[in-house]
Design a protein around this ligand. Structure first.
Ligand code: FES
Length: 102
């Protein structure tokens, strides 16, 4: 399906580019301009950008739901939990009970 009429780019080409970018860095922020730059294209009327954003979201979500990337998420969350246990949550950012503004 043709997504960008100005640059004659199909959905498959855009999906392939997004996956290439995710393979390089799975946690980078991908925006339409980055995808177009990678494809040596540029937005002209930019009417396709909402569809490209939807494609980026769909492809990125599918990419991250794959098992090997999911394992990275779990290990990262485990590390965060370890740090939380190690340092605890000593600091309470709320106001103290006796605090009065006036
Ligand atoms: S339709 Fe993609 S830039 Fe115009």
């Amino acid at each position: 399906m043709l997504i960008c009429h100005c640059n004659v780019m199909t959905e498959k080409e855009i999906e392939r580019t997004i996956i290439e970018m995710l393979d390089e860095d799975a946690w980078q922020l991908i925006v339409p301009a980055k995808v177009y730059h990678r494809m040596n294209k540029r937005g002209r009327c930019c009417g396709c950008f909402p569809n490209v954003v939807e494609t980026i979201i769909r492809v990125t979500e599918a990419y991250h739901s794959r098992a090997e990337v999911h394992a990275d998420i779990v290990s990262h969350l485990d590390r965060v939990r370890e740090l939380r246990v190690k340092f605890g949550s000593r600091f309470n950012e709320r106001r103290s009970k006796g605090h009065r503004a006036a």
